[in-house]
Design a protein around this ligand. Structure first.
Ligand code: 1HN
Length: 350
């Protein structure tokens, strides 16, 4: 058997104190905590945020806190295993529920973290990204990548709510998180311009063949198109094969943001999906349907607009509870970042 590593209290007190005075610490007492053998230590807990439970508190925030005092009116999904003050759904993924009331605008800014909005409810919401006004319909994904100007508004008659997903804590952890404020953008009269240019998979504007590929050519991915694409894909996938589509950059085919990845999955009626165990953590948001997810042995029953946290390396099963209707899930994960730094893994399970 290998010897256990030495602990701090085995060392002479004056030795440890003198090291501390020089801002120096011995590695070996902590080495195995930093590099556990075989599987990472995971503080992140499998957990479920029920939309029906949180929604009244979000609407209440609309009464309690005017936009001028909030800048962004958001309730943050904080994983209890990581500590509520950390504002992490998983170590890499920040998730919040944002409310904007009729007539309100949320001021314009840009920042180093990248963000996306995934629309949950309401009519008349919009986000303007670099001058491009994007309407927000339920299930739409809108990108506000690092460094892009964005402001929000609601020209409808009722509340608009969406899910924010950001790589905030990654960037904050790098001590690189900051924002710049700007004036509300004039929309450039090219509402939904990126949708107009990238209307269909497999087609790009001709001049782009002879130019540097834009980093973020498409900023709005409408749910009606994604849903139709899933319906087309479903019959082509054998039972046991996931009916799942990734949101990508239409110019490069790469994930649409550098750090976080997004995908939509249909669970066919009665379907049970068993994705491979993998090194990425994720957040799963229920677009439509009812079912259960088993995450590391914990069963969480979900319905429309609920949101789940999935730790790294977790064993996962997603089940559609209906034998008649499909269920639809929106996934956020940190696989793009993990692939870039060469640590993404999938594990064939025993
Ligand atoms: C942000 O800029 C927005 O623009 C929402 O709507 C949530 C959370 C942390 C940092 C920046 C937004 C945010 C955020």
């Amino acid at each position: 058997m290998k010897p256990r590593l030495g602990t701090l209290d085995e060392l002479p007190e004056d030795y440890v104190e003198e090291l501390s005075a020089m801002s120096v610490t011995p590695l070996w007492p902590n080495l195995h905590a930093l590099l556990p053998r075989g599987i990472p230590e995971r503080k992140t807990r499998p957990c479920l945020w029920r939309y029906g439970e949180v929604r009244p508190y979000l609407l209440r925030a609309g009464e309690l806190t005017p936009m001028e005092k909030a800048e962004r009116r958001v309730l943050v999904f904080s994983n209890p295993g990581l500590g509520l003050e950390k504002m992490m759904a998983t170590p890499s993924i920040y998730i919040g529920l944002q409310l904007i009331l009729p007539g309100e605008t949320a001021p314009c800014h840009r920042h180093t973290p990248s963000a996306v909005r995934f629309v949950i409810e309401g009519e008349g919401g919009y986000t303007t990204v670099e001058g491009e006004k994007c309407i927000m319909n339920k299930g739409d994904l809108i990108l506000t990548p690092a460094g892009t100007w964005h402001d929000h508004g609601n020209s409808g008659a009722g509340p608009v709510v969406w899910l924010d997903a950001l790589d905030l804590m990654l960037i904050y952890g790098l001590e690189a998180s900051y924002a710049i404020e700007g004036p509300i953008q004039d929309d450039n009269n090219m509402a939904d311009a990126s949708r107009t240019r990238y209307r269909r998979a497999g087609l790009v504007p001709y001049p782009s063949l002879n130019a540097p590929r834009p980093a973020y050519p498409l900023v709005r991915y409408p749910w009606n198109e994604v849903r139709a694409a899933l319906a087309d894909l479903a019959p082509a996938q054998a039972p046991g094969e996931a009916v799942q589509l990734a949101y990508v950059n239409p110019e490069t085919g790469a994930e649409c943001l550098p750090t976080l990845g997004f995908s939509a999955q249909m669970l066919r009626p009665g379907e049970e999906a068993r994705p491979p165990r993998r090194s990425a953590s994720s957040v799963v948001h229920v677009i439509e349907g009812e079912g259960q997810s088993e995450i590391d042995g914990e069963t969480l029953a979900w319905g429309e607009s609920d949101t789940l946290a999935v730790p790294t390396h977790a064993r996962v099963v997603h089940r559609n509870a209906s034998n008649d209707e499909p269920a639809y899930l929106f996934h956020v994960d940190d696989a793009p970042l993990q692939r870039k730094i060469g640590i993404y893994e999938e594990f064939p399970d025993a």
